[in-house]
Design a protein around this ligand. Structure first.
Ligand code: GYE
Length: 366
């Protein structure tokens, strides 16, 4: 199918009223403007009534983690042929230049919609302007773009809140356990990604306020190998000096556990090291259940259906929310704290329950 939204109208659409279109209760939306937009959809030109497929280009980050696999599957399922889509999928292998190239190729291919999960948060304005000039609406998922607003809608997680949540939990947990001296090693996610930036900054806010020592903070690239390598070097450089390890995703935590085991460092409930992770994939929750990971902060990757809802709304000339946030539970190994209250990135004081993992298989959402 050829796209029917021309560049000028796309600009109007982007400035338009943002109305929630996500359907699941795992999301909240943010409305920011106030004018309804019209599109120049031609009557009768929909996948459903013409039999033509809607073409969607998806520039995915890569294949670095369990989270990423779940994300890819979710988008591929939502934009399946059976659902009336022709999905052009590019695995950008964590290479920003390759990702920009993929988007340009989608423009060349004259796709109807472009979905981007941005590897890094900057460097986007030029290529998004090209999308706009070509009249192709862009939907951003997961990670955010900070230097351009030339996209129609974003669906993802509030990474800063994830970082703040981990800090709030550590503060309360250390108090409950009577641990007064926290010496922390951080294994960051891919530097320059909004997930890394938010989780780092949120946690650091607590570390600064509480006077915790962050001994080191290095890039593990969101991979198991990366986590293992960074932890191996930490175990040599900081032997006997650390009692908290924060891994910015589960796969890094799996690698870090291997490295600590090899170095004779114990981790988890009432061990040498408090181990904190993010994502809460199934394997991650299994380690929470077994007490190897103390706390795991959920990041919800199943964003494909939200994305497809946005495409449908745009096709129907409806307006869409500029932002849709996933809801993210916090999982813990022990039953000693029931909930945590903290001030989130929006400045609201919120209380979240802590979910003890007793049956990882049924508690995991992916
Ligand atoms: O936490 C990590 C992945 O962007 C939120 O990227 C995502 C992160 C996720 O590789 O596992």
């Amino acid at each position: 199918m050829k796209k029917r939204i021309v560049a000028g109208m796309l600009t109007a659409l982007m400035a338009a009223s943002m109305v929630a279109c996500g359907s699941s209760d795992t999301a909240t939306t943010d409305s920011s403007a106030d004018t309804a937009a019209e599109t120049t959809e031609e009557a009768g030109d929909t996948a459903a009534d013409s039999g033509e497929k809607i073409t969607v280009g998806f520039a995915q980050v890569g294949h670095e983690s369990d989270w990423r696999t779940a994300s890819t599957n979710s988008v591929q399922d939502a934009f399946s042929e059976a659902n009336g889509y022709d999905l052009q999928f590019v695995d950008c292998d964590n290479d920003s230049a390759k990702q920009i190239e993929a988007v340009r190729q989608f423009i060349q291919n004259d796709v109807d919609y472009i979905v981007i999960d941005p590897i890094v948060s900057t460097g986007w304005d030029t290529v998004l302007t090209e999308c706009e000039d070509a009249g192709i609406p862009v939907i951003v998922i997961d990670r955010t773009i900070e230097d351009s607003d030339k996209y129609v809608s974003w669906v993802g997680s509030e990474f800063m809140n994830e970082g703040l949540a981990s800090g709030a939990w550590l503060k309360a947990y250390a108090e409950a356990k009577g641990i007064t001296d926290l010496n922390i090693l951080v294994i960051e996610g891919s530097n320059g990604s909004s997930a890394q930036i938010g989780r780092t900054d949120g946690f650091k806010k607590y570390a600064d306020a509480e006077g915790w020592t962050i001994l080191d903070s290095q890039d593990g690239d969101f991979t198991q190998d990366g986590g293992q390598q960074v932890m191996e070097s930490y175990c040599k450089s900081y032997a006997g000096k650390f009692n908290v390890v924060v891994c910015q995703n589960d796969n890094e935590a799996f690698g870090a556990m291997d490295a600590m085991k090899a170095a004779g460092v114990s981790y988890g409930v009432d061990k040498d090291v408090i181990l904190i992770s993010f994502d809460a994939c199934k394997a991650g929750l299994e380690y929470v259940q077994s007490g190897d990971i103390n706390a795991d902060f959920m990041c919800y990757p199943l964003q494909g259906s939200y994305c497809a809802d946005i495409v449908k709304a745009l096709k129907n000339g409806e307006t869409v929310a500029k932002q849709t946030f996933m809801t993210e539970p916090w999982y813990v190994a022990e039953d000693i704290l029931k909930s945590i209250t903290y001030t989130n990135n929006a400045g609201d004081e919120v209380t979240e329950d802590l979910i003890q993992v007793t049956d990882a298989a049924s508690q995991a959402s992916y």
